[in-house]
Design a protein around this ligand. Structure first.
Ligand SMILES: Cc1cc2nc3c(=O)[nH]c(=O)nc-3n(C[C@H](O)[C@H](O)[C@H](O)COP(=O)(O)OP(=O)(O)OC[C@H]3O[C@@H](n4cnc5c(N)ncnc54)[C@H](O)[C@@H]3O)c2cc1C
Length: 601
């Protein structure tokens, strides 16, 4: 049975010692009164919920999966899921960041991300039901009409109702411009929605009274492609009344046509949802539906990155514990002697390489994603317009990096941890093979990682002539200038500064090539994203090393800081050099990918 302990010490290190997150959010009127104790208490309590309620359901949820009844079109979630969701609802957890006028606790996003990391680590499949609900809440908050907000937000914030995002159709995944679901206007201002969506996470289940689908569809005569897509709110049961006292009314004309049998996240229902003239209402403006849906998609992309982070931490904890118990072989260390027949496998350098890889991915990802959550708070709540703009730019630039870099790293990190278990990791009961299967979907949904890379290089970097990237570069440069003369920091600052220079040159070179031929950007994008991901990680690892160096020098220092420094050194010496390969690959151009005719594949 896998174990999990909330990583509270490291969470507090990142939030309070590196990011000074509470001081940062207290500058925003919405969070004037927040204090560190409240943040710590929420995370402690949240961590307990994760370890005591969600973790015990992870393995059994994977084994049982979801069950679809074709006669009723209903989906039953695994045993214990509903009770855990009731507990979640009763604890008020869903509304952690929701506005108080809709019944939420109005805490900053950075608290939510830290909590989400733990939930995803212990039970990604369960967490997705509430994660999508939060995404639907945020989308309606920004783009919903006052009536829609009153009707749906209190129910979503309390988790009485859950949400979905309905984009994908059988012939239309990445390329949403191809979607065919129709929305016909009705005299009463509603729309009749007809079409079939596939792969809809949490599209049908038994956890809540109502399911609020946010559906992309096309109106008659709408322009072709993505400019003709509108967004509609289409509930499973039509609401009666509004506000917290809204009830479910008549059944809407939609149903679940079946669920997918898939590689991982078995306990999350992945549904075909059939709309047969279902009643829906437009959200936001006609033909601007993709724009409105992007609120949910961007939130979901960050959330998926955090799923990767959570799984990496969970895998690491289990592998580290196993490596200290499992005895095989003898230590190669000079002078190592033992009267026991074998040593614990943690003595072996390569086992340590695996463990440190996962640990460095997790701790670097934690600093990066918590900072990004802080940027989300700053973007929405900072009183200064310049700060809001900077934060918005960082969110736009870094969302694809968080989604793809953290989830690629997670698959690598979890796989390394499975390796630490040897053959036992390949066996179901260890829990490791489930974590690896669950981690795999994160590289695919919410826009595949290749598509994130295209978004980063094409839209977020080249389209604004590198302005956002330069804004991040200034943070790096300021750090380098401040700490560049410190001898003890040079092992961190020198490679960071060097990578910063290389990124500038690479970006210029790719920009020139892409102007002549866009395929050049397509061929370089995935490697480019990994290089940028490392620039971000190197920056946060250097910042963490600075804090750890200062603290480790004090008498009676917590050994935590020595561990942080050792992991920082491992990151800079063993993981960052991956950039050399990716810079070469990115510069090698499109020809080595494109010269072979399609028939010869
Ligand atoms: C378990 C699960 C849950 C999901 N949940 C949801 C959900 O809740 N709501 C929802 O709407 N959808 C959901 N999806 C759908 C998911 O978002 C899509 O599967 C994903 O976006 C990719 O689309 P596709 O599967 O059609 O692949 P395709 O778009 O057919 O892509 C196939 C391959 O081609 C590549 N590719 C495609 N276009 C390009 C391009 N322009 N440039 C470079 N490479 C390209 C892709 O990277 C991929 O490797 C889910 C999927 C799964 C498996």
């Amino acid at each position: 049975m896998p174990v999990y302990k909330a990583p509270l010490r490291d969470q507090q290190f990142v939030l309070h010692e590196v990011l000074h997150a509470v001081d940062a959010v207290r500058k925003m009127p919405a969070f004037h009164e927040l204090d560190a104790d409240t943040v710590n208490q929420v995370l402690e309590e949240g961590g307990r919920f994760c370890s005591e309620v969600l973790l015990p359901l992870n393995l059994s949820g994977d084994e049982q999966g979801c069950h679809f009844d074709p006669s009723t079109h209903e989906v039953r979630t695994p045993e214990g899921f509903r009770a855990a969701f009731d507990q979640w609802r009763e604890g008020g957890w869903q509304g952690l960041t929701a506005e108080s006028e809709y019944g939420g606790q109005a805490l900053p996003h950075m608290v939510q991300i830290a909590f989400d990391e733990m939930r995803c680590g212990v039970n990604q499949a369960w967490t997705m039901y509430s994660g999508l609900t939060q995404g639907a809440y945020e989308c309606l908050l920004v783009h919903g009409s006052p009536r829609q907000k009153d009707t749906y937000l209190p129910k979503l914030a309390s988790a009485e109702w859950t949400g979905t995002m309905c984009l994908t159709e059988a012939h239309c995944g990445t390329d949403l411009g191809l979607l065919r679901t129709r929305a016909e206007p009705q005299p009463d201002g509603s729309y009749r929605i007809t079409g079939q969506k596939i792969f809809i996470s949490a599209g049908e289940h038994d956890l809540a009274d109502n399911i609020v689908h946010l559906v992309l569809a096309r109106m008659p005569g709408a322009p072709a492609g993505v400019k003709g897509i509108s967004l509609f709110v289409v509930p499973k049961f039509l609401p009666k009344g509004d506000g917290a006292s809204a009830q479910v009314g008549a059944r809407n004309a939609l149903y679940c046509g079946g669920i997918e049998h898939k590689m991982g996240i078995h306990a999350n229902s992945t549904c075909q949802v059939v709309f047969e003239g279902a009643t829906g209402w437009m959200v936001g403006e006609a033909n601007r539906g993709l724009n409105a849906m992007f609120v949910m998609m961007n939130g979901a992309r960050l959330a998926v990155g955090v799923q990767g982070l959570g799984l990496t931490e969970a895998a690491y904890q289990n592998a580290a514990a196993y490596a200290k118990e499992r005895v095989q072989g003898r230590s190669l260390a000079p002078g190592a002697k033992s009267d026991k027949p074998a040593d614990p496998i943690i003595v072996h350098p390569d086992v340590r390489r695996s463990l440190l890889t996962a640990r460095a991915w997790a701790e670097g990802g934690r600093a990066f994603s918590y900072w990004l959550a802080l940027m989300a708070d700053q973007q929405h709540h900072h009183p200064d317009e310049g700060e809001r703009k900077f934060a918005g730019d960082m969110m736009a630039l870094m969302t694809p990096v968080a989604k793809a870099f953290l989830t690629d790293n997670a698959f690598d990190g979890v796989s390394q941890c499975l390796q630490v278990f040897g053959g036992h990791g390949y066996i179901h009961e260890s829990g490791m093979e489930q974590l690896l299967r669950d981690a795999r979907i994160n590289m695919i949904y919410e826009g595949t990682n290749a598509v994130q890379a295209l978004d980063l290089l094409g839209r977020k970097v080249l389209m604004d002539a590198g302005a956002r990237l330069r804004a991040f570069g200034k943070l790096v440069q300021a750090f380098v200038e401040e700490h560049g003369t410190s001898a003890e920091m040079s092992e961190f600052v020198t490679p960071l500064a060097d990578l910063g220079d290389k990124v500038q040159k690479l970006t210029m070179e790719l920009g020139m090539k892409a102007m002549a031929n866009q395929e050049e950007a397509g061929a370089a994008a995935v490697s480019y994203l990994r290089v940028i991901g490392h620039l971000v990680f190197a920056y946060f690892w250097a910042r963490m090393a600075r804090v750890a160096l200062d603290a480790a020098g004090r008498s009676g220092a917590d050994p935590f800081y020595r561990a942080k420094l050792a992991t920082a050194r491992f990151y800079f010496q063993r993981l960052l050099p991956e950039t050399a390969y990716h810079i070469r690959a990115a510069r090698s151009g499109a020809k080595n990918l494109m010269e072979l005719e399609a028939e010869l594949f």
